[in-house]
Design a binder for this molecule. Structure first.
Ligand SMILES: [Zn+2]
Ligand SMILES: [Zn+2]
Length: 326
């Protein structure tokens, strides 16, 4: 679990894009030649206004009024997680018919997120966010290869913190788009145990940085051949609950056991602490600590950079411990 920092460029890109998208979908596109009323930001490079984007005529009037009321649209686009939760409660109070709810769900999840934002703007958004690995597991990259109509293409993967099956309205809200990997994205979805009213109090939201919520990786040396991953975390803390929700221990203990074994072998298989030798004798005079970590282990060493390469937090913390061993 990694917190997301320094996201202002991605947020600016997302907010401008979404404002034009919603205003055009709700009100149509302004054209001075034909005098069509509606929205147009007139920026020549706007991905929405520079092309002919059409009004969505199926959107129910009552819902349009809801979005136009006060700053509801703004909250929908860039509201903080708790404001999104409150907006969704207000939306529920509209008591829409099933038909109306389905139209809105389709508009947000299918037309806006799945068919437009993710395929057309997801990669750019991810690049601006500059998070290469999944913030939940730090094991996999956030870009995956998908087969679209027989063509393998690179796509961005996002988890919806408020799941889009239950919160379709929030399918495109900035603070609900979490750079994640395919496996974390599909495993949490439909999690039946989550009490959504209390979810923000129980679980970490990656955009809401909480300095007192942290954890570290360690290991238990059970025998010459068997080692277990260990996670140090304050019991029943938000971090603890979040790691449990994402099965972090299970994932690391099973899938990352090979990486752990490699590191422990380096330390214990050879007569000397070979890890220490690498650091102290072999490279130390020529390379910085950071360079050694990247060159030998392929990981970043500063917490703020962990998200750049898979397994950085895990390997860095295990290696630090192995270096201490006599
Ligand atoms: Zn525009
Ligand atoms: Zn993941």
């Amino acid at each position: 679990m990694i917190f997301i920092e320094n996201y202002s460029a991605a947020k600016k890109f997302h907010n401008e894009l979404m404002k034009c998208w919603f205003l055009t979908k709700l009100n149509g596109r302004y054209n001075k030649n034909t005098n069509d009323s509606g929205h147009n930001c007139n920026k020549p490079d706007c991905p929405v206004c520079s092309i002919i984007t059409k009004r969505d005529t199926k959107i129910p009037i009552v819902f349009k009024d809801f979005l136009n009321y006060k700053n509801n649209l703004e909250i929908l686009i860039e509201g903080k997680p708790n404001d999104l939760r409150l907006l969704n409660l207000k939306y529920k109070k509209l008591n829409l018919t099933d038909l109306e709810s389905n139209i809105i769900k389709d508009f947000f999840v299918k037309s806006t997120y799945e068919n437009w934002f993710q395929p057309k703007h997801g990669l750019k958004f991810l690049e601006l966010l500059n998070y290469n690995t999944c913030v939940y597991c730090n094991r996999n990259y956030t870009k995956t290869i998908k087969d679209v109509n027989g063509n393998k293409v690179l796509i961005s993967e996002f988890d919806h913190w408020f799941v889009k099956t239950k919160f379709p309205l929030l399918a495109i809200s900035f603070y609900n788009l979490i750079p994640s990997c395919h496996s974390c994205n599909s495993s949490i979805k439909g999690e039946p145990k989550i009490n959504w009213d209390r979810a923000l109090r129980n679980y970490i939201h990656p955009y809401l940085i909480e300095k007192n919520e942290y954890f570290s990786f360690s290991y238990i040396n059970k025998s010459m051949t068997e080692n277990n991953v260990k996670i140090n975390v304050k019991k029943n803390s938000k971090m603890d609950k979040t790691l449990k929700l994402f099965k972090t221990f299970e994932i690391y203990n099973s899938h990352s056991s090979l990486e752990l074994k490699d590191l422990i072998d380096l330390r214990f298989k050879y007569p000397k602490n070979y890890i220490k030798t690498l650091f102290k004798d072999t490279f130390n005079s020529r390379l910085t600590e950071k360079e050694i970590y990247i060159l030998i282990f392929g990981v970043e060493v500063e917490e703020k950079d962990y998200h750049k390469r898979p397994l950085s937090k895990f390997k860095h913390e295990i290696i630090k411990e192995l270096l201490k061993e006599k």
